[in-house]
Design a protein around this ligand. Structure first.
Ligand SMILES: Nc1ncnc2c1ncn2[C@@H]1O[C@H](COP(=O)(O)OP(=O)(O)OP(=O)(O)O)[C@@H](O)[C@H]1O
Ligand SMILES: [Mg+2]
Length: 244
């Protein structure tokens, strides 16, 4: 089976200091990979390289056999921090519509069909009733659902999420992961999270990143993490296991 994403000997640094070193990783169709690691370990940087926002210093990255910047229309992305100005009075339905910009023509004209698709994904994420609300007035969980809608509205092949549940409570977090699990029957997912215990119920592999990367099948993680959801306890075990 050909990998959807193939990373070979990737090295990257913003200035001179190396942030990612000799990363090798293959992601296959319908993988659901959890990405964990300490703050500053390079998780967001790796996603930005996969999205084509940053270029490797050495090594190679191919997605669907092509360079990352030529396949961005196949990727839905939920960034770690929302770039949306809280004061900007945009409605929830129009934040989601922005996810169709890239797949439209140079001068996008949104049709009724575009809004139908927007409402369809809002139903999926259970926020249909928020369509006319201002994005800045939503709760943290509602904002995250809106941003997930924006990422999936164009029917991407892959979904990259950078800590999508950082500001939500455990019940909403579980709800979001269950929805992602359903998507995973069609879409390949990379999910950055600090909740190792939580994600090991949903993902099939876990990548630990701390400058270098070690990937584990999920059963290697879950057997040792079944009783605890505390990040530090979990990572200390993983640090021990993979030496990162
Ligand atoms: N634009 C930038 N210019 C220079 N250094 C940067 C830039 N963005 C990130 N860094 C540095 O690169 C390192 C990795 O950052 P990155 O955001 O990838 O970490 P992370 O694993 O996503 O951390 P967190 O868990 O806190 O989100 C950090 O030391 C950070 O300070
Ligand atoms: Mg990050």
């Amino acid at each position: 089976m050909n990998p959807l994403i193939k990373i070979e000997d990737l090295t990257f640094g913003y200035d001179n200091a190396p942030i990612l070193e000799k990363i090798n990783l293959e992601i296959f169709e319908r993988d659901f990979v959890g990405i964990i690691g300490p703050n500053g370990g390079g998780k967001t940087t790796l996603l930005k390289i996969l999205l084509g926002f940053l270029k490797p210093d050495s090594g190679s990255v191919s997605i669907l056999g092509r360079s990352p910047d030529s396949v961005s229309k196949f990727i839905g992305y939920v960034p770690q921090y929302s770039e949306m100005d809280k004061q900007f009075p945009i409605k929830v339905k129009d934040v989601i519509l922005m996810g169709l910009c890239e797949s439209s023509s140079f001068s996008p004209r949104f049709s009724q069909k575009s809004y139908s698709k927007v409402y369809e994904v809002m139903e999926l994420l259970k926020i249909r009733d928020l369509a006319e609300k201002k994005f800045g007035e939503l709760s943290g969980g509602q904002k995250q659902r809106t941003l997930i809608c924006r990422a999936i509205v164009s029917n991407p092949k892959m979904l990259f999420l950078d800590e999508p549940t950082a500001s939500v409570d455990a019940a909403i977090e579980e709800d979001i992961y269950k929805i992602l699990s359903d998507f995973n029957s069609d879409i390949t997912i990379l999910l950055v999270s600090h909740d190792v215990g939580f994600i090991s119920n949903y993902v099939n592999r876990v990548a630990c990143i701390n400058r270098s990367l070690v990937i584990h099948p999920v059963n290697e993680i879950s057997s040792e993490h079944a009783l605890t959801h505390a990040y530090h306890e979990n990572t200390s075990v993983i640090h021990h296991k993979c030496g990162l």
